[in-house]
Write a protein that binds this ligand. Structure first.
Ligand SMILES: [Zn+2]
Ligand SMILES: [Zn+2]
Length: 97
């Protein structure tokens, strides 16, 4: 049984406005490696790999807030930043302070 397909049917539009173009919304789409959330605006390439929660990442990098979208985590990883270069991408690995 294909688990990814089963998961995909549960995906619904996020109703989150695209942070890149501020015109489209992020809707579920089939990505190369499984379901992703992609901007509906023609020509906009923005996408995240999990359902956006509507929150933005407040992780401070050199005193500046990251500002990228937070996406839903998995069973083992809490909600996390969509930016792969952000340390908050892997919150379970961040040292608890
Ligand atoms: Zn967009
Ligand atoms: Zn971040």
């Amino acid at each position: 049984m294909a688990q990814e397909d089963c998961k995909f049917t549960e995906l619904t539009p996020s109703r989150i406005t695209c942070p890149e173009c501020a015109k489209g919304e992020l809707n579920p789409a089939r990505g190369r490696f499984g379901p992703v959330y992609k901007c509906t605006q023609r020509g906009c390439k923005f996408w995240v790999d999990s359902r956006p929660t509507g929150e933005v990442c407040g992780y401070l990098r050199n005193g500046v807030e990251c500002g990228s979208l937070i996406v839903e985590g998995t069973k083992t990883i809490p909600d996390r930043c969509s930016d792969r270069s952000c340390p908050n991408r892997n919150p379970h690995k961040l040292a608890k302070q």
